[in-house]
Design a protein around this ligand. Structure first.
Ligand code: PLP
Length: 385
């Protein structure tokens, strides 16, 4: 009988841990064994084997992740993209149609636009802020609606309550990529989403040292996705399971600090004369601040901004900062800075970027856990230079 825990901080430490502890080990040991002694399994999926996602390291993570979002079940995968693609290929079949938010993570956008049609699956992009328009894009073969908690890199917040409502009234599955919020700030199953997807590479692991993913939600769907993953093979290695398990334990302390630090940095940038525009849902000036405040417990460590001058000024600023590392990815303990036009969104044409409002001068920041004052001081100097 596994115990249940009330608060997320306690779940991060204790949920899913083996009972009794394995040889008394306080930290979950790594089961670096590809196969396990046959124990009478009657189904292929119940044979114990790393690719079948059922070693002790997988099971502990599944239980912990499900507990974090108050969901029925969870599954870890070899990357965020393995979670997303395996999920979409499980719930969508040839002849089905998908509605997806127009501004998506680059890899997801590429999968929809370049791969999905080869499986006989069609899609349409929707404006996440305009529920009235969704009905017009609905087709008799529409199966699911797919959104992100906060869009990258503009930190827009779609009408997430309307997404769940729309899915319910029209018999669709509701899916959300919750990577940017993490379960500390938002728990999609509590709001009625069927499935919540994560790149655990980001906040959940938090240390920029592995690639991993997760699907969290309804048990019947997670079982189907697990069976598909067993076939497609995007399973998480036990050593990466161990690192994710370890990283997860500090998620709440990291995320709360990053929430606070990003808000202070956003306020500093908002008040700076050379900053033209700042996107952070925690600021009252954000067009969807009220919606974000109702849905989220915090606004994450992600923000983006534009300077008054052009691309050269943006590049100059990035080069003049000394603390942030110029790199794509996000959610780690170190502050990362990037210009999405050259990294995360370089796969899009300039016209596509412009249509979404992603300018070439836009700078994206993933706030780490350094002292906030040090980052602000560094930025102040770089903005004056
Ligand atoms: C990084 C990211 C992904 C992809 O995750 P990987 O672990 O790199 O495969 C998906 N969605 C979002 C929002 C991301 O930031």
């Amino acid at each position: 009988m596994s115990k249940t825990y009330k608060h997320l901080e306690t779940k991060l430490i204790h949920a899913g841990e083996p009972e009794p502890l394995i040889s008394g080990a306080v930290s979950m040991p790594i089961f670096q064994s590809s196969t396990f002694e046959y124990a009478g399994a009657t189904s292929y999926h119940d044979l114990k084997y790393i690719r079948l996602n059922n070693t002790p390291n997988h099971i502990a993570l599944h239980q912990k992740l499900a507990a974090l979002e108050n969901a029925e079940a969870a599954l870890v995968t070899a990357s965020g993209m393995a979670a997303i693609t395996t999920t979409l290929l499980t719930i969508l079949h040839s002849g089905n149609h998908l509605l997806a938010q127009e501004c998506l993570y680059g890899g997801t956008h590429d999968f929809l636009t370049k791969d999905l049609e080869t499986f006989g699956i069609s899609y349409d992009f929707i404006d996440g802020d305009n529920p009235d328009s969704w009905k017009r894009q609905l087709r008799p073969n529409t199966k699911a609606i797919y959104v992100e908690t906060m869009t990258n890199p503009l930190l827009q917040v779609a009408d997430l309550k309307a997404v769940v409502e729309f899915a319910r009234t029209n018999g669709l599955l509701s899916l959300i990529d919750n990577t940017f919020a993490s379960p500390v700030n938002f728990r999609p199953p509590e709001w009625g989403f069927d499935l919540s997807l994560h790149s655990c590479t980001k906040y959940l692991n938090g240390h920029s040292d592995i690639v991993a993913g997760a699907v969290i939600g309804r048990a019947d769907l997670i079982e189907k996705i697990t069976h598909k993953l067993n076939h497609l093979g995007g399973s998480l290695d036990p050593h990466a399971c161990f690192l994710l398990h370890r990283g997860l334990k500090t998620l709440a302390v990291r995320m709360r600090y990053q929430n606070e630090s990003a808000l202070k940095i956003a306020k500093f940038l908002e008040g700076h004369p050379v900053v033209n525009r700042i996107n952070y849902p925690g600021l009252e000036s954000h067009p969807r601040h009220q919606r974000a405040s109702e849905l989220f417990d915090g606004f994450s460590g992600m923000l983006s901004f534009e300077l008054n001058d052009g691309v050269q000024a943006a590049e100059h600023f990035i080069q003049n900062t000394t603390l942030p590392i110029s790199a794509p990815s996000l959610g780690g303990v170190e502050t990362l800075i990037t210009r999405p036009a050259t990294t995360s969104h370089s796969g899009m044409s300039p016209e596509e970027r412009q249509a979404l409002g992603i300018s070439d001068t836009l700078i994206r920041l993933s706030v780490g856990i350094e002292a906030t004052e040090d980052i602000i001081e560094d930025f102040d100097k770089a903005l004056k230079a």
